[in-house]
Design a protein around this ligand. Structure first.
Ligand code: C2E
Ligand code: MG
Ligand code: MG
Ligand code: MG
Length: 283
């Protein structure tokens, strides 16, 4: 009996694995085609100054338009893309489109100055051509590198610390700003923070989701103090209510991002005077 149920479990696992693999390669094929055929769309979400709640920056977030399934969220395809060089092609699509929009905004409004963040994956961060992939679209459009922020997760940074540090330093040298995304969930040490070329810490939204707990508030306060000691700007993600926003301001957070202020929406809908800069960088 035990043996039979054990066998059943194994069979079950094999089946799950097979369907998992089948759908993984289906996603890979579909996504490769989507990148080639431009079946992706760039969304943006507002990042606001914590004090004034005025627009301080945008974050670009990619969506896949699948003819059968409609809008597919990144959580369903980024992990698949990250298992292969597909993620490099995807990130480059996003970079090109993000910079196209920065150029369009400048053409539409002379005072356009709002910074735009893009997410760069770990595999891409370690890629020998990463710096060129970021700078080439900026050069082509004559866009000021200071208007682009590159977001990398703690895990991506620590995967290949040496090449991450080299690549990010080269970008920062020409003015690109660097943010550590989902901060607090990984293992960045004080030594890393001191050595890495970083401008912004983005507190992971899991901390914000638990703001009612004393422990979480203490952790946020520590991250804020740590960030400020290193001269960094601190952003909180996942701000869903006015209460969250108020609490985070009291904890010293500089900028806020979340559904309370804006849902991600197509970047094509953003333009004109909306993109002039409003909030001054806090530090
Ligand atoms: P992320 O970079 O940390 O982006 C923030 C995510 O939190 C976005 O999810 C956003 O829609 C979501 N979010 C924002 N405010 C709230 C809120 O108030 N409550 C909740 N519950 N969620 C909120 P999204 O767009 O689904 O993206 C998920 C992740 O996929 C991103 O996390 C990022 O790691 C990755 N990703 C998205 N776009 C790209 C891209 O262009 N390139 C790469 N490499 N990764 C991307
Ligand atoms: Mg991000
Ligand atoms: Mg994040
Ligand atoms: Mg994330």
């Amino acid at each position: 009996e035990a043996k039979r149920s054990g066998g059943g479990r194994t069979r079950f696992c094999d089946d799950a694995l097979r369907t998992g693999l089948a759908s993984r390669s289906a996603v890979e094929r579909g996504l490769a085609r989507a990148i080639e055929e431009d079946h992706l769309v760039l969304y943006v979400q507002h990042i606001v100054d914590a004090r004034t709640e005025e627009l301080a920056a945008f974050e670009a977030l990619v969506r896949w338009i699948d003819p059968g399934r409609g809008l597919v969220p990144p959580d369903e395809f980024i992990p698949v893309a990250e298992a292969s060089d597909l993620i490099v092609a995807l990130d480059r699509w996003v970079l090109r489109n993000a910079v196209d929009n920065l150029a369009r905004w400048s053409a539409e409004h002379p005072a356009s100055a709002v910074p735009l963040s893009v997410n760069v994956s770990g595999r891409h961060l370690a890629h020998p051509q990463l710096v060129e992939h970021v700078l080439e679209p900026l050069r082509r459009h004559g866009v000021d590198p200071r208007r682009l922020t590159v977001e990398v997760t703690e895990t991506a940074l620590l995967d290949d610390l040496a090449s991450a540090a080299t690549h990010l330093s080269a970008l920062r040298e020409v003015g690109v700003r660097i943010a550590i995304d989902d901060f607090g969930t990984g293992y960045t040490s004080l030594a890393h923070l001191r050595a890495l070329p970083v401008d912004i810490l983005k507190i992971d939204r899991s901390f914000v989701a638990n703001l009612r707990h004393d422990d979480e508030r203490t952790l946020i306060r520590m991250i804020v103090e740590l960030g400020h000691l290193f001269g960094l700007e601190v952003v909180a993600e996942g701000v869903e209510t006015a209460t969250d926003a108020r609490e985070l301001l009291l904890l010293g957070v500089d900028a806020l991002q979340g559904f309370h202020f804006s849902r991600p929406h197509p970047i094509a809908d953003v333009g004109g005077s909306e993109t002039r800069v409003v909030a001054q960088p806090v530090r």
